[in-house]
Design a protein around this ligand. Structure first.
Ligand code: ATR
Length: 269
């Protein structure tokens, strides 16, 4: 690709950002589809100033990641209904100077799940009560699933459960899983603490579909345990690639080259 005066700029705002795989993935998507755009990573502390930069420089779109997904809302012009309900934005689209916030973490996770299972009427157990749990939980409720939240900190878990109309149980007290779909939204199991698991392995029985949002390592101890027990699994790369694919589609109006994006991410891991 030749970078010219009319090449569009996209990027990701977060901190830390140096290990983000989004630049590799989105630049591959632009190359694959012949869209004359580039995507860069910006280590951002001041999200207000960074969003001003989007306006001033005419940046066409940005991904928003930790720690700015909640704080960015007040600096945007419009917030998509789902993102507003979740209270978090991971995607900003600049349409002729009007900045709109979206949440593709939610839609990305739903796409990864719906590839493997129906959600309507399903009982889903979510471990964790942070931003990722909130985004995924709203998606599942919208699809007609029923949720039980398991969390270490009771007050935080109860708050999310109340917001979602879900059940809550303290993570330390569970004796059996009240569902056939289990989703880990915590960072437990992530490199370097790869031997950690968010729940006891004997709770994972056959017939459960287990999804982990951790993608480093690709096969977490939770997913390995689940596979050994005969469960179907969904690794964290699926959600990561789909949330990026939906960003690409919001920005360009073109269908995302999902396979190429996934290949790039897997090669980098
Ligand atoms: P994010 O926005 O990425 O979801 P977060 O808001 O920090 O991140 O939420 C992290 C979630 O992982 C929380 O539910 C946290 O549990 P607490 O509410 O008890 O803090 C959970 N979590 C993180 N480390 C954990 C651990 N070692 N054991 C159990 N839960 C953990």
């Amino acid at each position: 690709m030749i970078i010219r005066a009319d090449t569009s700029l996209y990027g990701v705002f977060g901190n830390p950002i140096s290990h983000s795989l989004s630049p590799l993935m989105l630049n591959r998507a632009f190359k694959e589809t012949g869209v004359n755009s580039i995507y860069l990573a910006f280590g951002v502390d001041d999200i207000n100033a960074a969003i001003s930069g989007v306006r001033t420089l005419g940046i066409k779109g940005v991904s928003i990641t930790i720690p700015h997904k909640t704080t960015v809302l007040e600096f945007l012009d419009k917030i998509d209904e789902t993102a507003l309900k979740i209270g978090a934005v991971n995607t900003v689209v600049n349409r002729k100077g009007i900045l709109t916030g979206y949440n593709t973490d939610s839609s990305g996770a739903m796409r990864a799940l719906k590839e493997k299972t129906a959600l309507k009427g399903s009982d889903v157990v979510i471990i964790g009560a942070g931003g990722a749990a909130r985004a995924i939980g709203y998606g599942i409720v919208a699809e007609g699933g029923r949720i039980t939240i398991l969390n270490r900190t009771i007050a935080k878990g109860e708050r999310l459960a109340k917001d979602l109309g879900a059940n809550f149980k303290p993570l330390a007290e569970i004796k059996n899983l009240d569902g056939r779909i289990l989703i880990n939204t915590t960072s437990v199991g992530m490199t370097p603490r790869v031997d950690a698991m968010p729940i006891k392995s004997d709770l994972i029985e056959k017939e459960i579909l287990v999804m982990d949002i951790v993608y480093n390592p690709l096969k977490t101890r939770l997913l390995k345990t689940a596979e050994d027990a005969g469960c179907r699994i969904i690794d964290g790369v699926s959600m990561f690639v789909y949330q990026g694919a939906f960003q690409f589609e919001l920005w360009t109006g073109k269908k995302a080259p999902v396979e190429a994006m996934k290949k790039t991410v897997l090669a980098a891991l």
